[in-house]
Design a protein around this ligand. Structure first.
Ligand SMILES: [Zn+2]
Length: 421
């Protein structure tokens, strides 16, 4: 999960959605499933601890994935498979004619190899890197499945349960990108730590570049008169700094790191910078990117021209690409999530855009939301990360109800989400 931005906005819940939830909440089996999440709370927390204690550094999610695969199989999912990217998922079949949705959390953490992920408990609070993000999401995914099984609920649509790799940092959403390249689903739910009240439905996109300027290099006095890689990059940074971007959709840029040069008395042969660009609109992001790269090239030309040379060259690498996207705040998947939060007694809030696994489906026009797994948390992405399990089962209930509303329950409620294929 990445930083959240913006304030909550007003929401709507249509009569159709409200009616569906009235019907669901009155159903005996649905009631049994909701009740079960409370009894099951301790098991969910034990899962969360076990999963967290299996380290899953970026690009090294394999061991945790194998454990998770066994959990999914143990809960009776069909066709549990891992794909080439490292995602793991299986299907809980519906009775037919319903939509197909994918419910998942992410296996990876931001913490490097060697980080101690042993969970320590103090005064009921659990401390460990990754205990909340996304140990909570992974445990909740299993808990939702257990609740459906316990109450023997037959949904209409198929539900794929699973876990993705590469949600964080340079993982660049590689897991969820691979999933949507190879599979068709009608909706997507990602589970992250946070309050059940929150619904994330907008996706902040980002592009990140590593730009390297190369030059001939030489002695600052003896070789004077040749272009410098650092001077070229300095020109670029000055030009990039002057770019104007829209306030709405929020669009941002920064040159985050710079490095290069050999010594104070050397004309630099190499200089490198990392640039981060973000926007809530894919179009604005692409426009910004075009302008940044234009200035990057222009800087090299100007440095060459200054010394009547062509020695400066540039190497441009895209090192991060998270698509931006938005959907209407009254999209049916958003309404279902809001109605579910309300049904369990929370005042729902629509979150500002952020960067999660949902970015990929949202950018493809597939309904998707990221939901909070319940309980409270803090210190995400730091060694001080903690999770307070108090009332955590509400997170499970919220996801469970959202899923049931969307896929429909046989002989009880029609699916709110319509199959697209
Ligand atoms: Zn996360």
């Amino acid at each position: 999960m990445d930083a959240r931005h913006g304030k909550s906005v007003p929401y709507v819940i249509s009569d159709e959605v409200a009616k569906t939830y009235e019907t669901l909440l009155a159903d005996v089996q649905v009631k049994a499933a909701l009740q079960f999440t409370e009894w099951d709370h301790q098991t969910t927390i034990e899962d969360q601890i076990r999963i967290t204690e299996i380290p899953a550094p970026p690009f090294m999610e394999e061991t945790r994935k194998l454990y998770y695969q066994a959990c999914l199989e143990g809960l009776g999912l069909q066709d549990v498979t891992t794909d080439a990217e490292g995602n793991v998922f299986g299907v809980r079949k519906g009775s037919g004619n319903g939509p197909r949705i994918f419910v998942s959390a992410h296996l990876d953490t931001v913490f490097p190899e060697g980080t101690d992920t042993t969970v320590k408990e103090r005064d009921g609070i659990l401390y460990a890197p990754g205990i909340a993000d996304d140990g909570r999401g992974l445990a909740v995914t299993l808990a939702v499945l257990r609740a459906l099984n316990h109450a023997n609920i037959q949904t209409q649509g198929d539900i794929i349960f699973g876990a993705t790799v590469g949600e964080e940092g340079l993982g660049d959403l590689r897991g969820v990108k691979a999933f949507f390249r190879d599979h068709h689903v009608d909706g997507f739910i990602s589970i992250e730590p946070d309050s059940p009240a929150r619904v994330t439905y907008l996706a902040t996109g980002s592009h990140r570049y590593r730009i390297t300027y190369h030059g001939p290099g030489g002695h600052s006095f003896g070789a004077f008169g040749i272009p410098s890689a650092i001077h070229a990059m300095g020109r670029a940074i000055a030009m990039i700094s002057d770019i104007t971007v829209p306030e709405v959709p929020k669009t941002t840029f920064t040159v985050g790191t710079v490095s290069g040069g050999t010594s104070v008395n050397t004309i630099a042969a190499e200089a490198q910078m990392m640039i981060d660009m973000r926007s809530n609109s894919e179009q604005a992001l692409l426009q910004l990117e075009e302008e940044v790269l234009r200035r990057v090239r222009q800087a090299a030309q100007e440095e060459n021209k200054r010394w009547n040379s062509d020695a400066i060259t540039i190497h441009i690498e895209l090192v991060g690409n998270r698509p931006a996207g938005s959907q209407s705040s009254d999209a049916i998947i958003v309404q279902a999530a809001l109605a579910s939060a309300k049904a369990i007694g929370f005042e729902p809030t629509l979150d500002g855009p952020s960067s999660t696994d949902s970015n990929v489906p949202i950018s493809l026009g597939i309904p998707a939301v990221t939901l909070g797994g319940g309980g409270q948390c803090g210190g995400l992405h730091t060694l001080q990360e903690f999770y307070d399990p108090t009332d955590g089962h509400y997170g499970v209930q919220k996801v469970l109800l959202t899923v049931l509303g969307l896929v429909g329950v046989k002989d009880v409620s029609d699916p709110l989400l319509k199959p697209t294929k």
